[in-house]
Design a protein around this ligand. Structure first.
Ligand code: ADP
Ligand code: GLC
Length: 485
């Protein structure tokens, strides 16, 4: 597996959670997995027990050999991880962009290099993979490299490729200046393969060359076959036919279970929810909210990106806290405008809106545990992990009915009290307002339904084992496709 993020080493979003958990789940099913990552400047070698593995490894880029070092460590489930060390590419603070949120100009080179280095490592240690599994645009060139360069190779010649799309909104589209360096051959710079309106599109090349492509929920797989959701990729995904599938992410319950979560103020479970009240009070204190056990808290933990729909929430959050007895607990960072907007809200609505701009895993756990509802008004959501964590924490999700949100949350039925959350369709301030209003009125008027939904939510099981089995099926399908070539 070659990837640009992996918990606990480097994370900006759910991709890291997936790459951090899936290999161990595969190993538990009897498979032999290794993971290749960049050695980012932000990774502390001592904290993670990195050891030098290769002092020098040569990687062919364009028509010159470039050199890197390789470190290794063991991660969850004793899976070996290899870190590609290249100071010129990875010894900097950010993963993808600088302090001003500008993408690093050499991203195509950085991740093209990572990808080729990952394949080279297999050769140098004679690890003969059945499948090379890559994630998102950053490593999407691997399927092409296997077919262009390694088809006859004693180590990689048999390897089938699986590309997982975690987010089609990021495709890695660049002027073709680095095309030679990346070694993709100009004959492939066509509209059917890498070329996209005169630019080089990493993800598109990955889709075309991979033996199998998947995304991280069945509904998002369906949605991305349509122009509305595909960001231009619908024709290529539709061309894959049955070789484009949806596999729902699992979640790592060893990190996200209130019964054993060491980061939250008090543990609790389905059988005894008293700890949740303690977590709620602690959260209210920490974020400067009024200490009111009877007032429901709506939690948000999110990257501030267009995808997440928080700009739409910004248009109705004032009305919500003015009209309803409800509080908000917000944690997020990203888009500067949204950061400024949300940062100002606590002063304007003291005691009712609490907000922390930044990245804090601990506070993310506190919000999951202390809030009563969890809001995700996403424009699109390939899978989404927080709503699944929320279920386990009895924090009922309020979500837009899209992608993985649609697949993981069961709509509340007001007559029977069944369901695990509140889903809405439209992407508008009104729709968010009414969905939150529906949850809040259920809280006050039908507390027995809330209790019933909490029980149902906490009993849901989205463990990795199930998803890992689906990935094994995908690997088998990819291998068959490769053999048919
Ligand atoms: P995405 O990958 O699109 O950001 P997911 O819901 O799949 O969405 O995963 C987001 C992950 O990142 C979750 O584990 C969530 O807790 C975490 N996360 C997002 N923003 C923050 C933040 N500001 N602080 C801490 N964790 C965050
Ligand atoms: C992406 C998606 C998110 C998904 C995550 C892990 O970042 O935005 O929905 O859960 O990847 O697959």
């Amino acid at each position: 597996m070659i990837a640009s993020e992996c918990v606990p080493f480097a994370k900006t979003g759910g991709l890291a959670d997936v790459v951090g958990a899936l290999p161990a789940a595969l190993k538990a099913l009897g498979h032999d997995v290794l993971v290749v990552l960049p050695k980012y400047g932000a990774i502390d070698p001592d904290q993670h027990g990195l050891r030098r593995f290769f002092r020098q490894m040569g990687v062919w880029m364009g028509d010159a050999e470039e050199w890197c070092a390789v470190d290794t460590a063991r991660t969850k489930g004793d899976v070996p991880v290899y870190f590609i060390e290249s100071d010129k590419y990875f010894a900097r603070a950010g993963l993808y962009y600088d302090e001003d949120r500008n993408d690093y100009a050499d991203n195509p080179r950085r991740f093209g290099f990572l990808t080729r280095a990952g394949l080279q490592l297999c050769r140098d240690i004679r690890f003969v993979p059945d499948v090379v599994h890559v994630h998102d645009w950053q490593t999407a060139l691997a399927p092409a490299y296997l077919k262009i360069w390694h088809w006859n190779d004693s180590v990689l010649g048999r390897a089938a490729s699986l590309l997982t799309i975690h987010n089609i909104g990021y495709q890695g589209v660049y002027p073709p200046d680095d095309y030679d360096y990346l070694g993709l051959q100009w004959g492939n710079f066509t509209a059917e393969k890498f070329e996209d309106h005169g630019k080089l599109n990493f993800l598109k090349g990955g889709i075309v060359y991979a033996d199998l492509v998947n995304t991280v929920s069945p509904t998002y797989a369906d949605e991305t076959r349509t122009p509305e959701y595909a960001h231009g990729m619908a024709p290529y995904l539709n061309n894959k036919g049955k070789d484009y599938i949806g596999i729902l992410n699992g979640v790592d319950y060893s990190a996200w279970d209130p019964a054993a979560d060491p980061l939250i103020p008090a543990q609790y479970s389905r059988h005894d929810l008293r700890g949740k009240a303690i977590c709620k009070q602690a959260l209210q204190e920490r974020l400067g909210l009024d200490i009111r056990p009877e007032t429901p808290i709506v939690g948000i933990v999110s990257r501030f990106a267009e995808q997440k729909g928080l700009d739409i929430l910004a248009d109705c959050i004032a009305d919500i806290v003015t009209d309803m007895k409800v509080q908000f607990a917000v944690l997020g960072s990203g888009d500067r405008c949204l950061e400024r907007l949300f940062e100002r809200l606590p002063a304007r609505y003291p005691g009712r809106i609490g907000c922390h701009i930044g990245y804090s895993n601990e506070l993310a756990h506190w919000i999951e545990a202390g809030a009563d509802f969890f809001l995700m008004p996403s424009r699109y959501e390939p899978c989404g992990l927080n709503q699944i964590y929320s279920l386990k924490y009895a924090t009922l999700p309020i979500v837009r009915n899209t992608g993985g949100l649609a697949d993981t949350v069961v709509q509340y039925d007001e007559r029977t009290g069944s369901g695990t959350g509140f889903k809405f369709e439209a992407l508008s301030p009104d729709a968010i307002y009414y969905a939150v209003g529906w949850a809040v009125s259920t809280w006050y008027d039908r507390p027995r339904h809330i209790a019933k939904m909490r029980q149902k939510a906490m009993a849901q099981n989205f463990s990795w084992e199930q998803s890992a089995r689906a990935y094994v099926g995908a690997y088998e399908q990819a291998i068959e496709n490769k053999q048919r070539l």
